[in-house]
Ligand binder design. Structure first.
Ligand code: AMP
Ligand code: MG
Length: 497
C-alpha cells in the first residue's frame, strides 16, 4: 500500500510533539475500509485489497513507508478549568499525506497504544467508541458538515479495561489538521511566545493562506478561525447535533468537527438536551453550544494577543485587547447570520424577512413543548404543499398538541405565499438540506451491542450504508428514520476513555 507522505508537522521544533511508535496488538482484524476516502487520499497499491495487510497497517502493527509517527502536545480548558498539559494520549499522527489535487491531510491512529501524554490512560480505545466515531463522523460528512473523516476501523484481538473488560479497536481518522485551540494554550501558558508564533504561522500556511498578505496576518487568522467556528456550530445546531465535550482541546483550528466522544443527535427536541454522562451541569447542552464556541475562541484570542500589536507601542496590551474584542464580538453576529440562513433553507424560504427569527424560534418552542422529533419535523415539513392537505398528518402526529403546530403552519404558509413560493421547487430544495436519516443514538447502540457482544458487524454495516445517503428516501429502510421506542431510548452517552 502506498501513500505519499510529507509530514510538515514533524519539521516543526521538537517541543511540539514526541516521536512515538504504535504498540503492536495481538490479532488485528479489519472491520471496514473506506474505499472512497482512500481513493481521494491517493492510497494506491494492490494491497488495499488485502484485508489482513490493511489491518496490520491500521492497527499500528506495520508502519507505512514514509510515515513519521508522533504524538502532539496540547493543553486545554476542560469544562471551564485549565489543564496545562494534555496531548495525544491515545492518538498517534502517522503522517501527513498530499492528494493529487495538492490537498494536505493528517492521518491519525486512535487507540494504537500509549504515548508520553497518556498519563494514567492506556492509550487504547474500546471498540464501541471506535464504531460510534466511524458512524457519526462519516454521517456528518454526508450531511455536509466539516469534520474529521474515518478511513479504517479494526478490532485488535485484545481487551481493554474500562468499567469492565471490553473489546479493543483502533480507528484511523483523517483531518485537514488536528491542531486545537488547546495547542496554542499549551505554549502560551508556558510563556513560549516563539512557539505560539510558529504554530500560528503553520496554521496560516496550511489552512488560511489568504490571511498571509494582510496588514496583520495573525488578526486575519483569528477572524478566519472565528468565522469557521460560527459556521460550523450553526450547522451542528441546524441538524440537532450535540458535540458533548466542547473543551478547548476538542476544538480544531481547521474548523472541522473533531473528537467524537459522547456526542449524539437529538430525537425529541429540547433546548437543554445533554447526553454526555460527564456533563453533569449541562455546560455543553444543545443551546449552549454557540456561546461555548465563543468562550473557546476567547481562549484562543488570549494566546494570540502578543502578536496583535507591537509591545513598544502598546505596552499594556490595550490595543491588542481592543482588536480581539472587536473580532470576538463579531462572532455573535456571524453565528446568527449562519444560523438564520441555514434555518431559512430548512424552512424553504427564499427571501429574508425581519420576522424570520421569530418564525424559527416559535417553531422550535412548539417542537420542544410537544416533544416533537427534530429530524422528522423538518423532513415532514419539506413534504408539505402551500395548501394544507392530508400530507400535513404525519407532521401533526409528531406533536402532542397539533393545534399549536397548525397555527404555526398557517403563518409559515402565509410567508410562502408572500414570496410566491413554488411547491415543487421549494420541496426539492428543502429535501436537500433536511435529512431523512441521521445516526440515531439507539441505532448506534444496537450496532455497538451486536459488535461487542457477538462480534457481529452486520448492524454497523447496515447503518453505515443507510447514512451514506441521508437525504434520499431508501425503500425498506424506514426503520432507520424512526425515533426510538420507549424501551430503546438512550439517555446517556459515554466517552469510553
Ligand atoms: P478526550 O476525552 O479524547 O478529549 O481526551 C482528553 C485527554 O485525555 C487527551 O489528552 C487524551 O489524549 C487523553 N486520553 C483520553 N483517553 C485516553 C486513553 N485511553 N489513554 C490515554 N490518554 C487518554
Ligand atoms: Mg480530545
Amino acid at each position: 500500500m502506498d501513500l505519499k507522505f510529507e509530514n510538515s508537522f514533524a519539521q516543526l521544533p521538537s517541543y511540539f510533539y514526541s516521536r512515538t511508535q504504535a504498540t503492536a496488538v495481538k490479532d488485528p482484524k479489519l472491520i471496514i475500509f473506506n474505499q472512497t476516502l482512500a481513493e481521494q487520499l491517493g492510497v494506491s497499491g494492490d494491497l488495499t485489497n488485502d484485508n489482513n495487510h490493511l489491518a496490520q497497517i491500521f492497527s499500528g502493527n506495520l508502519c507505512p513507508t514514509g510515515a513519521e509517527p508522533l504524538a502532539t502536545v496540547y493543553a486545554g480548558h476542560q469544562f471551564g478549568g485549565f489543564s496545562p498539559q494534555l496531548g495525544d494520549g491515545r492518538a498517534l499522527l502517522l503522517g501527513e499525506t498530499v492528494t493529487a489535487n495538492g490537498e494536505h491531510f493528517d492521518i491519525q491512529l486512535k487507540g494504537a497504544g500509549p504515548t508520553p501524554y497518556s498519563r494514567n490512560g492506556d492509550g487504547r480505545s474500546a471498540l464501541g467508541p471506535v464504531l460510534r466515531e466511524y458512524l457519526v463522523s462519516e454521517a456528518m460528512h454526508k450531511l455536509g458538515v466539516e469534520t474529521t473523516r474515518a478511513l479504517v476501523a479494526v478490532t485488535t484481538g485484545e481487551e481493554v479495561a474500562r468499567e469492565r473488560l471490553v473489546a479493543g479497536g483502533v480507528i484511523t481518522r483523517v483531518a485537514k489538521g488536528f491542531v486545537r485551540v488547546g495547542s496554542f494554550e499549551y505554549f502560551s501558558s508556558q510563556g513560549n511566545q516563539e512557539a505560539v508564533k510558529q504554530l500560528a504561522d503553520y496554521e496560516i500556511a496550511r489552512h488560511f493562506p489568504e490571511t498571509k498578505n494582510t496588514d496583520n496576518p495573525y488578526v486575519a487568522f483569528l477572524a478566519a478561525v472565528i468565522d469557521k467556528q460560527a459556521k460550523l456550530i450553526a450547522q451542528w445546531m441546524s441538524i440537532g447535533f450535540i458535540h458533548g465535550v466542547m473543551n478547548t482541546d476538542n476544538m480544531a483550528i481547521s474548523g472541522e468537527t473533531i473528537d467524537y466522544g459522547p456526542c449524539a443527535f437529538m430525537d425529541e427536541f429540547s433546548h437543554k438536551r445533554v447526553y454526555s454522562s460527564i456533563d453533569r451541569n449541562g455546560r455543553y447542552a444543545y443551546s449552549n453550544q454557540p456561546q461555548i464556541g465563543q468562550w473557546n475562541l476567547v481562549r484562543l484570542a488570549e494566546t494570540l494577543l502578543p502578536l496583535f500589536a507591537n509591545r513598544d507601542k502598546d505596552p499594556e496590551g490595550k490595543v491588542a485587547v481592543g482588536i480581539a474584542e472587536e473580532l470576538l464580538n463579531d462572532y455573535q453576529e456571524k453565528y446568527q447570520a449562519y444560523w438564520l440562513s441555514g434555518l431559512r433553507r430548512k424552512l424553504g424560504l427564499r427571501t429574508a424577512q425581519e420576522q424570520d427569527l421569530t418564525l424559527v424560534d416559535n417553531l422550535l418552542n412548539i417542537m420542544e413543548q410537544n416533544n416533537a422529533d427534530f429530524t422528522l419535523t423538518f423532513y415532514y415539513l419539506s413534504q408539505l404543499s402551500e395548501e394544507g392537505s392530508a400530507k400535513d398528518e404525519p407532521l401533526q402526529k409528531l406533536f402532542t398538541q397539533p393545534n399549536e403546530i397548525n397555527t404555526w403552519l398557517t403563518t409559515w404558509r402565509k410567508r410562502l405565499a408572500d414570496e410566491s413560493s413554488i411547491d415543487k421547487k421549494r420541496q426539492t430544495s428543502m429535501q436537500s438540506v433536511n435529512p431523512i436519516y441521521i445516526p440515531r443514538n439507539h441505532q448506534i447502540e444496537k450496532a455497538i451491542r451486536l459488535a461487542e457482544d457477538q462480534n457481529d458487524f452486520s448492524a454497523f454495516h447496515s447503518l453505515n450504508s443507510v447514512l451514506q445517503n441521508p437525504f434520499s428516501y431508501q425503500p425498506g429502510k424506514e426503520n432507520y428514520m424512526l425515533p426510538p421506542k420507549s424501551d430503546e431510548v438512550v439517555h446517556q452517552t459515554f466517552c469510553g476513555t
